[in-house]
Every structure is written in structure tokens, then in C-alpha cells.
Design a protein around this ligand. Sequence first.
Ligand SMILES: Cc1cc2nc3c(=O)[nH]c(=O)nc-3n(C[C@H](O)[C@H](O)[C@H](O)COP(=O)(O)O)c2cc1C
Length: 165
Amino acid sequence: MVIVYRSNTGFTQEYAAMLGRAAQMKVLPLAGAAGKVSEPVFYMGPLMAGHISGIDQAVKAFAVQGVCGVGMSPASQQVLETLAKANYVPGAPIFYLQGGWAPKKVGWLKRRMVNMVTRSTREALQDKGSRRTPEENRYLDFLLHGGSYVAFENLEAIRDWMKNV
Ligand SMILES: Cc1cc2nc3c(=O)[nH]c(=O)nc-3n(C[C@H](O)[C@H](O)[C@H](O)COP(=O)(O)O)c2cc1C
């Protein structure tokens, strides 16, 4: 299997490189990979309004065996279920990883779109004031200023799945 990815601000690329090193797989960016890959593909792409960026191109160009969306919200069963519904690939399991948020690396319109979506969460956290847990403090700072939740441990489910493919 080969890892093919797309990344706008670098978080998906970081995960793809980490996974490639750990699983000893070749890692290729989606741009320019079409026609160069004959092996099955594990596709990784950033989430954009619930859609895994590049997934349609990947499914057209390769034999996609597994898919991973990288977003900014914390991983949960609900996030995964919503993701699976909107990004169905027949016969391929879907995974979710929390990446990061880089407001300075995206254009103003995209920054505004994200800020609109995260507004109620930010306000709810701000209203909690000193009752916020350390984890909530970290997440509020992340939503306001950006940051990264990329961590090798998050790859466990994908690595387990890869061992049995
Ligand atoms: C326009 C836009 C829409 C986004 N939509 C979502 C989303 O629906 N869900 C989510 O969890 N993250 C969303 N994000 C956050 C990115 O998916 C997140 O920052 C991701 O880590 C980016 O990966 P990359 O650095 O590989 O591009 C969005 C970001 C932008 C700029």
C-alpha cells in the first residue's frame, strides 16, 4: 500500500509522513501522483466543510483501500459517523485524525468561514471562565490563535488496521 495525501496547511502532510515512516510505506502528494501509482492507496486529506479534500480525485485515480480525514475538531464517534456518511468510499474504512488550525496560513474568507463555525464553541468556552478545565483552556486558545494536535499516538487505529490488510 502507498499513502497519498493532500494538505493545505501542513497537518495532513505531517501525519502522512509519520505514518509512512512507522508503516514503511511510500508517501506521495496527490498532485502529480495520478498514473504513477499501481499499488492500493491509503488516502489522507484535510476536512473542508465536512468533505475530505481530494477524495473524489483519489477515488478516480487509484484503488483506494482506506481513507482518512484530518480536521480541527476533537476526535469522537459522532465526528467519525458524520464523516463516514459524507465521504463514503465503497469497501474502504474511514478514519479521522485531529490535525491543527493555522489561521495565518489560510486566506481571510476561509478564516472567516471557520470562525463562524467555531463561534458557538468559543463563546461557550469563554462563558465558562475560570471553570474551564486545562484541556478546555488549550482548546479555546487553539480556536482563537491556532495550534496543532498532531500526535503519533493518534495513528494507533490506522496502524492496527494496516497490519491486517
Ligand atoms: C475552509 C475550511 C473549512 C474547514 N472545515 C472543517 C470541517 O468541516 N471540520 C473540521 O474538523 N475541520 C475543518 N477545517 C479545519 C482543517 O480541516 C484543519 O485545519 C486541518 O488540520 C487542515 O489540514 P492541512 O493542514 O493538511 O491542510 C476547515 C478549514 C478550512 C480552512
